[in-house]
Design a binder for this molecule. Structure first.
Ligand code: AMP
Length: 224
């Protein structure tokens, strides 16, 4: 089963994907996390990706698509995966369809998270991530603070702010790119009949964990 998390930066895609991953056993494949791990390890891929990520731009498809194609061949993805941050453009979605169809697979479900813009910016500014690349837990200083400030509850490593979350220009650029390049995917997947749109917002007291519960129940129904 291939599940895609869609939604602007800061909607909580990673959080929801993590909960679905725990419930289903499907791996969460986050292109952003793979890039950040490579950046921290200063690999050639990380050095190349950082040129784009630090500005809030998309990493070119020549780098991103083969990386995802390879990751989908890993043993843990033999029953499928939850893609978090990929595809981000129509071209990437078409390439993903090709990659999957070669294996007789397809996109089964697209969870589209929608959050008001003012909340998105605030969520990015208050997001903190665990510096331990094996843990990668995410917190929010307002909505989901760690028990001890600056320290990960799960593994005890220090928390930090993502470089692209602390730069207002990079935040603006990422939201512009989302509107221009990624939001057309909503229509793309709606036409395929696999889209499930969910609002995540403080204004209606509906958070990522509520959406994750809904999706997990939906998957249980499908598997009956
Ligand atoms: P994320 O953690 O999903 O917000 O991704 C962080 C950054 O990684 C993005 O702002 C992009 O620069 C880059 N990135 C992540 N996924 C992709 C993708 N599918 N295509 C191109 N760039 C990506």
């Amino acid at each position: 089963m291939i599940i895609i998390m869609l939604g602007a930066q800061g909607t909580g895609k990673g959080t929801v994907a993590g909960m679905i991953s725990t419930a289903t056993g499907l791996p969460q494949i986050s292109t952003g996390d793979i890039f950040r791990k490579n950046i921290s390890e200063k690999t050639p891929l990380g050095i190349e990706a950082d040129k784009y990520i630090s500005k809030g731009d998309l990493v070119p498809d020549e780098v991103t698509v083969p990386m995802v194609e390879d990751r989908l061949t890993w043993e843990d993805a033999k029953n499928g995966a939850i893609l978090d941050g990929f595809p981000r453009t129509i071209e990437q979605a078409e390439k993903l369809d090709e990659i999957l169809s070669k294996k007789g697979e397809k996109v089964d479900l697209v969870v589209n998270l929608v959050t008001p813009r003012e909340e998105l910016i605030d969520r990015m500014l208050t997001r903190r991530v665990c510096t331990n690349q094996e843990c990668k837990a995410t917190y929010n200083t307002k909505l989901n603070p760690p028990k001890q400030e600056g320290i990960c509850d799960k593994c005890g490593a220090p928390l930090k702010q993502r470089a692209d979350d602390s730069d207002p220009e990079a935040i603006k650029r990422r939201l512009e790119i989302y509107e221009e390049k990624t939001s057309p995917l909503v229509d793309y997947y709606d036409k395929k009949g696999v889209l499930k749109t969910e609002t995540v917002s403080l204004s209606i007291n509906r958070m990522g964990k509520d959406v994750a519960e809904d999706v997990i129940n939906l998957l249980k129904e499908k598997n009956k």
